[in-house]
Structures are given as structure tokens and as C-alpha cells.
Design a binder for this molecule. Structure first.
Ligand code: 5GP
Ligand code: MN
Length: 345
């Protein structure tokens, strides 16, 4: 049995909306990841099974390794089909906001979502959600939004209406937001949910291979290059990797090629804090990704040094300046946080 973490009033409230709603739009965050797409499609499959007209809209493209997911071809990209997406949002009865806590995380879609007369529900697991929806189901203690979607559907009494396709999407989100169940994954109920998803006929081993083992040759060579250039700050138990635009061109970089790189330095003994700096190709900025293990709060570093935020162990931000300046900012952060980084657990 799953514990009932979602408030009964919210389950009932959403159930009532669904009874009356016909047109439902699901939106998720910019640069959608496995959990954004997994939770959105998981809900989408369920709503379709309920006979609703549902559409998933995301701000921009998602990585190729998610394109096998059932329903992914029907996802609307806002940066390509803005007018159509604006119309869907304006005409929706309900808008479901999944896997983001701040309206600016949906980028150019923010205005259309805010202006939509639809009822809005937020289902998310990031800290400190903004209050832009009437129903807010926010559980930072849960490792993925996909898991919350599963819990919500079950609480509405609809486990039987989850299809194999929907189960595959939910599993993918749970798997990607925990690095294949290697972090944020000690809640035993995760494994109860997986066993329930397996009853739907999903092939979890095949899903793992489709998501994690489909890299291009150039991505693997890029990874080798980035790791050769890595800096390790052994006195601070930290490491830094970076990727300039020039290097991106040299290795035929396409969006998503550096997905997961930030986790690799954490496989070095004693390294508990990892930073990845990537020069953005669209905006004049450096995208920062931070990861930690244990109780080191990389979201505090993201907020203090990189105009960002996120979770305790996975956070990010943006830096406006050169690569050298970004590295210096990281080194300043190390100097400030050295006591925490070197504290004995
Ligand atoms: P990633 O490193 O995968 O891009 O981001 C990891 C997490 O950090 C995200 O799930 C999100 O919570 C947070 N994050 C990433 N970029 C930003 C940002 O620019 N601003 C804020 N506030 N959080 C971010
Ligand atoms: Mn997520």
C-alpha cells in the first residue's frame, strides 16, 4: 500500500474538475527532461483513456533519447507552433502544470498560461512553489513528478486505467530523476510503484537501455574530451568540468549531448560536489549545473553565485560573463563553502 501523501481535498477537487472538463492542456518546463516528458505523457495517456481532448505543450525541444516514448510525437513545441499552442491554452478548461515551481521555468509560454481562463493545477516536486495555480500538489520529498502523477491517478481510483504506454512514461520519469535509482531513491514506496508498473507489462530493462545506452559516437568522444579537461579540487572534495562553444563545434554537439556529464565527477572517491559550465549557443550566458552527494546544499551555491536554485543535490543557474569568470565564481564558492565540503559526515 502507498501512503496517502496527496491531500484528499486536492484529489477530490481535481477529480471534480476532470468530470466537467473536456479540453485539457498539460505544460512542462523549458529544456524538458525525462521527468517533464514522462509525467506529462503519463497524465496525457490517462486523460486520453478518460475520453478527454488532451495536449502536451513544452517550451522547446526535448532530447532524442526520449523520442521513443509513446505519445512523444504528439507533443507540441511552443517555439515552433506558438499560435496553435496559444489557442489551445486560451480554450482549455484545465491546464496541468507539471514538474516546475516557478512560472518563468516555462519561458515564453508563461504569459499564455497565466492569461488562460482555464483552471490550473500544479503537480511538482521542486522547493517553494509559486502560487500560480488553484490546486497545488507540491511534494519536494518525492523524487519525481512522474511518481506524483502515478499517485494522483491511483488516488482518484483509476489505477486500472493506466495503460502500458502510460506506465512506460511514468517509469521513465521516475528512473531519469533518480539517475536510474541511484540517488533520491531510498523511499521504499518507489519500488512498490515499480512493481505496480510492471503489472502493466512494461520492460524496465529495455527502457533503461533506450534512455541511457543510445549515445552517439560524437557524444562519447565529447565526454572523453570534457573529462580530460576536468579540474579536481581535492582539498574541497569538488570537481569542475566545462564546455565552450568552440569545443561544442569541434565535437558536433547537439542539444542533450552533455546530459548527465555533471554527475560523472561524483564517481571520484571523496568528490561530493560537481559543477558543469556550458557556454549557451542561444543566449550570451553560461549554463551552470551543480550536483552533490550527501547533505551538501548545492542549491545554496546556485542561488548565491549563479542566479539559480533547485534541489539540495541537483541545482542549476546562469552566469553572465566569460568561462574564466564563471570558473572564478565557482572557486570563490568553494572557498566559502570549504568547511561544509570537508566536514566529516
Ligand atoms: P540541470 O542541472 O539538470 O539543468 O538542473 C537541475 C535542477 O536545477 C533542475 O531540476 C532545477 O530544479 C534546477 N535549475 C536548473 N537551472 C536552473 C535555473 O536557471 N534556475 C533555477 N532556479 N533552478 C534551476
Ligand atoms: Mn522532476
Amino acid at each position: 500500500m502507498l501512503s496517502k501523501i496527496i491531500k484528499q481535498a486536492d484529489v477530490d477537487h481535481f477529480g471534480k474538475w476532470l468530470e466537467r472538463a473536456e479540453k485539457i492542456v498539460i505544460v512542462s518546463h523549458v529544456s524538458p527532461d525525462g521527468d517533464a516528458i514522462g509525467s506529462s505523457l503519463g497524465l496525457w495517456h490517462f486523460l486520453n483513456a478518460q475520453g478527454k481532448t488532451a495536449n502536451v505543450i513544452v517550451p522547446n525541444a526535448f532530447p532524442d533519447f526520449l523520442k521513443w516514448m509513446p505519445g512523444s510525437k504528439d507533443i507540441l513545441l511552443y517555439d515552433k507552433y506558438k499560435d496553435f499552442a496559444d489557442r489551445l491554452l486560451a480554450e482549455a478548461d484545465v491546464v496541468c502544470c507539471l514538474d516546475f515551481n516557478a512560472i518563468r521555468r516555462i519561458d515564453a509560454m508563461a504569459g499564455a498560461v497565466q492569461d488562460s481562463p482555464a483552471r490550473k493545477i500544479l503537480v511538482d516536486h521542486h522547493l517553494e512553489p509559486e502560487q500560480f495555480a488553484q490546486i497545488i500538489i507540491s511534494h519536494p520529498e518525492i523524487s519525481s513528478t512522474s511518481e506524483l502523477v502515478f499517485r494522483l491517478i491511483c488516488r482518484m481510483g483509476c489505477f486500472n486505467e493506466i495503460s502500458k504506454e502510460g506506465a512506460e512514461c511514468i517509469y521513465t520519469g521516475m528512473m531519469t530523476d533518480t539517475g536510474g535509482f541511484t540517488y533520491n531513491s531510498n523511499n521504499r514506496e518507489i519500488y512498490f510503484i515499480i512493481s505496480e508498473l510492471l503489472t502493466k507489462g512494461i520492460d524496465k530493462d529495455a527502457i533503461y537501455r533506450k534512455v541511457f545506452n543510445t549515445y552517439s559516437e560524437s557524444r562519447l568522444r565529447l565526454m572523453g574530451h570534457v573529462l580530460t579537461q576536468m579540474r579536481v579540487y581535492a582539498d574541497c572534495n569538488a570537481a569542475l568540468i566545462s564546455l565552450t562553444k568552440k569545443e561544442q563545434r569541434r565535437f558536433d554537439y547537439i542539444r542533450g549531448d552533455s546530459e548527465g556529464f555533471v554527475n560523472i565527477p561524483l564517481s571520484i572517491k571523496n568528490v561530493v560536489f560537481s559543477c558543469f559550465l556550458r557556454e549557451d549557443t542561444e543566449k550570451p550566458m553560461i549554463k551552470i549545473s551543480l550536483r552533490s552527494v550527501g547533505n551538501f546544499p548545492c542549491n545554496r551555491v546556485a542561488a548565491e553565485f549563479f542566479n539559480g536554485g533547485g534541489h539540495l543535490n541537483a541545482s542549476g543557474g546562469e552566469f553572465y560573463g566569460t568561462m574564466d569568470e564563471a570558473r572564478e565564481a565557482f572557486e570563490a564558492a568553494l572557498a566559502e563553502y570549504k568547511p561544509l565540503l570537508t566536514a566529516k559526515p
